[in-house]
Design a binder for this molecule. Structure first.
Ligand code: 5AD
Length: 354
């Protein structure tokens, strides 16, 4: 499939043709990554952030936020609970926060590895090469950094540089992470103001071009008080005109299904943003059209409510065991199984079909 064909599929509205897309994506998912759905326990380790991303509810400029960082022992406790739940991977995510130091994370990573043996994924924003190398050395396995958009103009607008620094190049950083030895994950939001159909097609093409190991795709959900909630959002939408991608479930599912067709053996989560947009069926719908991963939240509820990237996040008030039970029931209802083991890319994915 070339970029133009991706674009045609994104614009497709005929339900019969779309049914064909869903079926093809589901068949490719089954053939390449099997029936197991891998669970990655998510720990939101802090919501401090130095960035001013125009879309994000925990950006440095976001209004009226209570900020937190989880204590060392809280993080370890969450990871140990994840292991007791049978999760093979723990994902630690935060804003871009120099207050989460290299040394602190080295300790956390070593301790989790020693105590649980779980695979460790980091999602801590753009960090220095020395930090990344130290964390790999300490035992981290994977790194998530969404490139957010392949349109350089839009990227500059929604992801301003830190004062006195050059514009960041997230694709370059992902390649560095891969060279250091991480499995690398990336992704985009669907329907961010200023995103055109052509841009989204290029985004999906880029996942394949860079042979990404993990790809997260969720709908853009407007976060009140952010720049995209104001004049900037309106201006970007106006400029995109009829090319503007909607931030709806159907478009997100098309992007997900096409990503599966282009990247057959990649790990693709059914994202929390999708479950937020459609609390009844969003997560299951993602799993039906190509996704093979879910990321249940292990963050203590008290902190979960503060990790407000966007409003109404699915599972906000739940404890970790409720979230886990709900997700496992959804997976079984689809006739799929819970993945065992780390569930990294490649053959390990096929382990644990039960
Ligand atoms: N809506 C949906 N997704 C968002 N993210 C950030 N803000 C929003 C929002 N308002 C996504 C970004 C980021 C990831 C952690 O969450 O893609 O990389």
């Amino acid at each position: 499939m070339n970029r133009d064909e991706i674009l045609d599929w994104l614009l497709e509205t005929d339900p019969v043709r779309l049914e064909e897309l869903w079926e093809r994506a589901d068949a490719v998912r089954e053939a390449h990554v099997g029936m197991a759905v891998h669970l990655r326990g998510l720990i939101e380790i802090g919501n401090h952030c130095v960035r001013k991303c125009a879309y994000c509810g925990i950006a440095a400029c976001a209004p009226g936020m209570e900020r937190y960082r989880l204590a060392f022992q809280d993080i370890i406790d969450c990871a140990v609970r994840g292991q007791a739940f049978g999760f093979g991977t723990v994902v630690m995510q935060s804003g871009e926060d120099p207050g989460i130091t290299r040394e602190f994370m080295v300790d956390v990573i070593r301790t989790i590895k020693r105590r649980t043996g779980m695979a460790i994924t980091l999602s801590l924003g753009e960090r220095r090469e020395e930090d990344l190398r130290a964390w790999k050395e300490a035992g981290a396995d994977r790194y998530l950094l969404r490139f957010e958009t392949t349109d350089p103009e839009l990227y500059r607008t929604i992801h301003p540089s830190l004062p006195g620094t050059a514009l960041s190049d997230r694709l370059q950083q992902l390649l560095l992470m891969r060279e250091i030895g991480f499995e690398i994950g990336t992704g985009v939001m669907v329907g961010i103001p200023g995103q055109t159909w052509a841009t989204l097609a290029t985004d999906i093409w880029t996942f394949r071009d860079f042979d990404m190991d993990m790809i997260g795709i969720g709908p853009f959900i407007l976060s009140p008080g952010t720049p995209l909630d104001g004049e900037l959002g309106e201006q970007l939408r106006r400029e995109a005109g009829t090319g503007q991608v909607p931030s709806d479930e159907l478009t997100t599912l098309k992007a997900l299904a096409l990503t599966r067709l282009l990247c057959p053996d990649t790990n693709i989560p059914s994202t929390t943003a999708l479950a937020t947009l459609d609390p009844g069926a969003g997560r299951a719908n993602g799993l039906k059209v190509g996704a093979n991963v879910v990321m249940p939240n292990l963050t203590p509820p008290k902190y979960r409510v503060l990790y407000r990237i966007y409003p109404g996040k699915a599972g906000l008030q739940e404890t970790a065991d409720i979230t886990r039970d709900k997700i496992e029931a959804q997976i079984h209802a689809l006739g799929r199984s819970i993945g065992r083991g780390p569930g990294g890319r490649g053959r390990a994915n096929m382990v644990g079909i039960d």
